[in-house]
Design a protein. Sequence first.
Length: 298
Amino acid sequence: MSRVSANLLLCVVALIWGSAFVAQSYGMANVGPMTFTGIRFLIGALVVAPLIWFEWRSLRSRAKSLQMSDAYKIIGLGVLLTLGAAMQQIGIASTSVTNAGFLTALYVPLVPVLGWILLRQLPHWSVWPGGLACIAGAYLLSGADLGAIGTGDLWVIASAIPWAVHVLLIGQVADRMGAPFSVAGGQFAVCGLMALGWALAFDPISTQGLRAALWPIVYTGVFSVGIAFTAQVVAQRYAQASDAAIVLSSETLFAAIFGYVMMGDRVTNAGLFGCGLIFLSMMGVQLLPIFKNKSAPV
């Protein structure tokens, strides 16, 4: 898969994630955040299970197998996924779909910074202004008034840290193991079991609530987790983590669109300008490296 193809696949992932914010908001009206998170990630694990089976057969035919160290890496990714998804879900319960979508994008500038500090990876220069543009977009969404940020917004902002580490590591782990579906399904199972265990202990769970939240849970489990998160693992084997973070930030644009169409969310002129900043940063990180390569002497 080429770099451009990987980025296009990540755009599709962002589209699905943007639509999922609406389903997550509707689902939270009937079940607790950890209940919603746990069940949807277990559904995602079931969706990818057939692909894992075929992948294991392929590995055995090539005399390869996953090691215990690989299991530890998958568990670590699952923990990061649990932290990011849970904090985001808690935040969505008390903020708008549009705010949640944009504030999630704060993980974008963290990815190149952590990659530089932890892995000594220096990204293309366009990543730095692109990351700052994403922060500016999130700020403008609040109406350029930090006092407008509430408790739910703070939960979503906090989720940016585990999201950033997860985006930084997921592609490397999947590529080194050569088993992207096992990595995807394994982390889903870990996240689902951890979240559901927490929910059984602390969330109020009722049959009526589960029935009312059934379709949002199924939608996010199948599409947002099973399809989109798995596609992210595959695509990030061929895309740099810093580039992937900015491309994935387009989920905020899609979240605003779906929030406007389906939930009546409204975006101010400042918020629309923030949308434009994130869109330009997404396009810049994809196109500027290409122009540089074409202009380089042969």
